[in-house]
Design a protein around this ligand. Sequence first.
Ligand SMILES: *Cc1c(COP(=O)(O)O)cnc(C)c1O
Length: 327
Amino acid sequence: MFATYCRSTNCVALNSGTSALHLALLAVGAGPGDEVITVPMTFVATVAAICYTGARPILVDVDPITHTLDCKKLERAITPKTKAILPVHLHGQMADMEPIMALARRFNIAVIEDAAQAHGAEYKVRRAGSVGDIGCFSFYPGKNLGAYGDSGAIVTDNAAYAEKIRLLRDWGQKPKNTHICKGYNYRMDGIQGAILSVKMRYIEAWTEARRCVAARYDDMLANSGALLPIECAGRRHVYHVYSIRVPKRDLVRARLEDLGVSTNVHYPTPVHMQPGYADIGYVKGDFPISEQLAEEFLSLPIYPELALKSVHEISERVVHTLRSIAQ
Ligand SMILES: *Cc1c(COP(=O)(O)O)cnc(C)c1O
C-alpha cells in the first residue's frame, strides 16, 4: 500500500527511519573508506546513519531559499570515494532531484532520499522516495504519517535492494536459522503495521489540511517582515514543518510564548556544530547558510486538525510581535 502511495514498486517495513537510512546505505554498499554526501541542516539521524556504516559523512551546505542540498555546491564535493548522495527533503519539500540525479548518474553514485519529513511530497510527476535509488521514511508518531510508536520503511524500484534490506532487517536469515550475513533486529512491529494501514486512508486528506494551514499563514504573514517558506514550481510541499525566518528569533519565540503561541525550532544547531559530531571534521563557519537558518528558523504550529480560525489568531500575534520588536 505504501509503495503504491509513493509511486514505487517495493516497500520494506522497518522499526524506524534511522534503520531505514542505515540499511539503505548498507544496501548500496557504503562502508569504511567510502564517502556519503549529505547536508548539515537536518536531524542528526541522517548523519548518524552514515557513521553507523563506517563511511565518512561529507557535508554540503543547503540552498538559502529551498533549505535543501545546494546543487551548485554538489559537484565539487564528489570524489572517487563517493558512494552515495543523501539529500534531505527538509520540512516536507523535496530537494532539487533532477540535477542531483544527473550528477549521480554521471559519476555512477547511488542516491538515497531522506524522506522522513516528506510522505506524499512531489517533484514533477514523482513522489518522495521514488526518484532516488532508495527512499527512506519514518513513521515516528510526530511525522506526517505516524504510527503509535517508532517505525519506518524504505521504498525502491530496485528489487535487489529490497531483497537485501529484507535480509538485513531480520538477522540475515535465509532460510530461517541460516544466517548468510550479519543482520539486525530492525523489523516493524505488527501492531504498527496494522495502525499504519488504517491511517493510510487519511494521509491525503491530512496532507491537504496541512497545505490549507500553510496557505493561510502565507496570506496572513505576507507583509509581516518574516521570510516565509517557498513552494517551488512543480513541487508539492507537504509542510511537515512550517518554518518562517525572523531576526532575533529567540526573543520573538519568548514573546509568542507569553502570548500563548508555542513554537519550535527545526533545528537550532546544524549537525556539524553538535558536540557528538565534532569528529566528522567540520567547524563553525564551514556552512554559513545552514548556520544562519539555525539562528533564524521559527516553526509555527501546524497539524491537520489546526482550525483556520486558530491560524488566523496565531498569525495576528506573529505580526504584532514582529512589529513590536522592529520598533
Ligand atoms: C525523523 C527523522 C529521521 C529519523 O527517523 P526515526 O524514525 O525517528 O528514526 C531521519 N531523518 C529526518 C530528516 C527526520 O526528520
